[in-house]
Unconditional design. Sequence first.
Lengths: 328, 337
Amino acid sequence: MFKRISALVLAGLTAMSVAACGSGGSTTAGTSGGGDSTITMGFSQVGAESGWRTANTKSVQDAAKNAGIELKFSDAQQKQENQIKAIRSYIQQKVDVIAFSPVVESGWDTVLKEAQNAKIPVILTDRAVDSKDTSLYKTFLGSDFVEEGRKAGKWLVEEYKDSKDPVNIVELQGTTGSAPANDRKAGFQEIIQADPKFKIIASQTGDFTRAKGKEVMEAFLKSNPDIDVLYAHNDDMGLGAIEAIEGAGKVPGKDIKIITVDAVKDGMQALADGKINFIVECSPLLGPQLMDLAKKVVKGEQVPARVVTEETTFTQEQAKEVLSSRQY
Amino acid sequence: MRRLLWPVVVLVLLLVLNVFFTPSFFSIEVKDGHLYGSLIDILRFGAPLILVSLGMTLVIATGGIDLSVGSVVAIAGALACLQISQDASVFTAVVLALGLSVVLGAWNGFLVAAVGIQPIIATLILMVAGRGLAQLITDGQIITINSPEYKLIGGGYWLTLPFSVILVIIVLGITAFLTRRLALGMLIESVGGNAEASRLAGIRSRGIIIMVYAFAALCAGVAGLMISSNVSSADGNNAGLWIELDAILAVVIGGTSLSGGRFSLSGTVLGALIIQTLTTTIYSIGVPPETTLLFKALVVTAVCLIQSPSFRAKVFRRRGRTAPPSPAAEEKVRVTA
């Protein structure tokens, strides 16, 4: 008997909640199109796994404040289900625009469809999704990792343009299979392959960490006596490798030229100290660009489907100038 | 000693393989007043793994397992680097970090021995939560420090030898003495064989279990100091990541049974060296990163198969060679440290 009653109650509740959802959906269009002066943005961050990510979060929060956008922020702690939950709650709260950095590439179609049905525009930041239906999001704002690799390659070609001798390069790759590792490798390769004097004599993953960067570089130094250039896919691996190079009695930046990507504080310090020769910036400070895009998207203006973060490169002289003003 | 034959053969094969790709692999020279060479690298980078595996050996000997050592590695490094970055002395930092490690290990032991939670679950708690704790200590950032004294622990040299290797030798010596010259080793094995029977026989099983977990965490703490000291920075996210699995593998390769009741310290050291040599081999012969894991898996599978007496018996019998000693007889060989 009790079972039957509870089943009935449950059925009733379900029906009510379904109805509530339905009515919620129909009113959303009205509120978001109302042209209210303050924009509300729901932002779902990946987590706080690195200094880079923390700087990214801070940039978004500060930019929102400056742009007068009300920010609802949530940290997904590296879990996709948390992110989907956060996006659903933003849809229920009827925010004007949703922005998020997807933890993984796949599995977003359903929740993005829900946002689309609720007529809430979505902006991807920093990382892409692999949805076939690109109408599910308005734009993707983030770094172009291939271009970063190209910038690294171009500096190298320029640096050795007068030399006829072969240039032996070792490469410390990022985490195997990750987009930045694949793309930074490809971009670099694309530029240097034009000239046969550039040879990548060894290439291994250093998992983007200092400890692995050092360990792999130690092994490279022993198996390849003549290394001219090190290309590391991030600063941290480069910093680890510097220790290995010093341990081998060589001078980093002179005996072995070092190119890295990221431009985090420790990396910039090493660049200013002359231990790294060139850093390609991969900037987390995309907050201001994100807020501009958000305003345009909410107004219904057309935005490009792909917006690249404004990034630069640093030589040793430039690093000395900007070192004190770096935010991360 | 017979049981260590196969791990030794594998280690030697790996080292010889390297010579084909890097002819100077065995050469050791003196650079800046310390030894320098590939073999030294293997010892240096293998030192943290050897330590963690030593602690793991004793835990496994009691029939337990400790999944939390990787997190303890991260916590110890993070706490020490945080202290040093706040101008504490290196001594204070090291004592605090190791003290916290022992407390965490004792907590594991308490959960296992006093509360009666299965070891894999009890230590899983700290494995997950500990990584969070390390991130809390470092605030999610990489703490970079500049302290020549701290650098000595994992990256420095003493009497031309890497200091980390000296540390390992000391810890190994003390452990071997305590467990093989004194009765402690036998007590641990007896608890691993049957904790309840041991208790009835008058052995303080609980105390011994808590002690081995605390020891495992202490070893992990020292390893954490080495890892962070080697790169002068603490990385709460990545330091010691998956080292518990490498340590368990090292213990198993070394011939310690996962069901507890017996252990081999020298086997564990060999196992850890095999794993580190394998890693170095991958770098120096240039296995592409995409196939690194597959290559490792193949070697480890081969090591495990060749160590299995029943597998060897089958293969050798099929080839019609003289029968090897029966598996049963080999199982009974007494363990020597």
